[in-house]
Design a protein around this ligand. Structure first.
Ligand code: AHG
Ligand code: MN
Ligand code: MN
Length: 323
């Protein structure tokens, strides 16, 4: 439910005003992300039609080649953010190497992106999202992305669900904005979002349980079942974490025989979601410590991920220690 008339742009500018020394660069960076995601929304909402409309001449209504949505989202973000001049470097789950845009030479920030999360859900009309994570430029090399999640300046995601929502933290709590499609504004709908200390939902791909590397994890999930928890697993991290943020509970993608270091990527998925969850009063873990304490060694590194209500993660870590 929309409770405030404040839109995301105005919110960003009002936050900036609290810091008289701010140059406005972070605000402009965030507004560039907002603009790019609005372009992505319009494509996401056409997803089911792209093939139909494209079939005539292999072009869609916009006269563009019909393209896979995850690659299109990547192109839109890379182009828009490079063009904003606010980012010294961009890293994307879709690109092997870090990009240093020409216009960003004076940029103070670097950004890591999962342009389209949950891509296996595109064709079946289930929620997908975009995740971003911003750090300060330090040395001006690709190593700047390896500072560790604790150094994030801002992080957020957009979930393209039954409505479109933008969740943002700049280290001062979490705020959620819902897109009003009629006016094209993200309106503040969830001010200072706080997670419950405990929930009733667990969210794991339980089909992998026989191959999970930690037996304590299987015992933990069995204990949740005994306590009457329910299971929800969408398979889009953004959507699963979004529900966990609002309703509490736990989301996890542990290490298994197929993915011995976990499946999710530290830079584009784990670190930004950990920042949001911890800023909402929840906790994150790689099994032993907060995900924000992890220092990745390379940009595409994977990590076991657990995100959830404070008490859930405490219980989980206890089960993992006891094994
Ligand atoms: P992406 O679409 O960006 O590659 O991410 C998919 C991820 C994440 O969204 C989700 O939590 C997880 O993969 C689902 O994996 P499984 O299908 O193995 O459960
Ligand atoms: Mn992803
Ligand atoms: Mn992706």
């Amino acid at each position: 439910m929309i409770t405030e008339g404040m839109d995301l742009n105005r919110f960003i500018l009002e936050e900036e005003r609290k810091y008289p020394q701010a140059t406005g660069s972070l605000s402009r960076a965030l507004m560039a992300i907002e603009a790019a995601t609005k372009i992505i929304v319009s494509h996401v909402r056409m997803a089911g039609l792209a093939d139909v409309l494209g079939r005539a001449g292999q072009r869609n209504v916009y006269g563009e080649e019909v393209q896979k949505l995850d690659l299109l989202a990547n192109e839109i973000l890379m182009e828009q953010l490079a063009d904003s001049g606010e980012f010294y470097a961009l890293a994307s789950e879709e690109l092997e190497e870090v990009v240093f845009p020409e216009k960003g030479r004076d940029g103070k920030y670097i950004i890591a992106l999962d342009p389209l999360d949950g891509s296996s859900n595109i064709d079946v009309n289930v929620s997908i999202g975009t995740i971003f994570s911003i750090y300060r430029k330090v040395q001006g090399t690709a190593e700047d992305f390896l500072q560790g999640g604790r150094h994030q300046v801002a992080a957020g995601y957009v979930v393209y669900g039954s409505s479109t929502m933008f969740l943002l933290t700049t280290g001062n709590g979490v705020n959620g904005f819902t897109l009003d499609p009629a006016v094209g504004l993200f309106l503040l709908s969830h001010r200072n979002l706080r997670m419950p200390d405990r929930g009733k939902i667990y969210s794991f791909n339980e089909a992998n349980a026989p191959r999970w590397l930690q037996p304590g994890l299987r015992r933990y999930i069995e204990a949740l079942k005994e306590r009457g928890y329910t299971a929800r697993y969408i398979g889009s991290m953004v959507a699963d974490v979004h529900r966990t943020l609002i309703k509490g509970g736990i989301f996890g993608y542990p290490a298994d025989q197929k993915n011995p270091r976990g499946k999710l990527r530290y830079l584009y998925e784990a670190a930004p979601m950990a920042f949001l969850v911890e800023q909402a009063g929840g906790r994150s873990s790689d099994g032993t410590r907060s995900l924000l304490e992890v220092r990745p060694e390379e940009i595409h590194q994977r990590v076991p991920v657990f995100l959830g209500s404070r008490q859930e993660i405490e219980d989980l870590e206890r089960y993992l220690r006891e094994e």
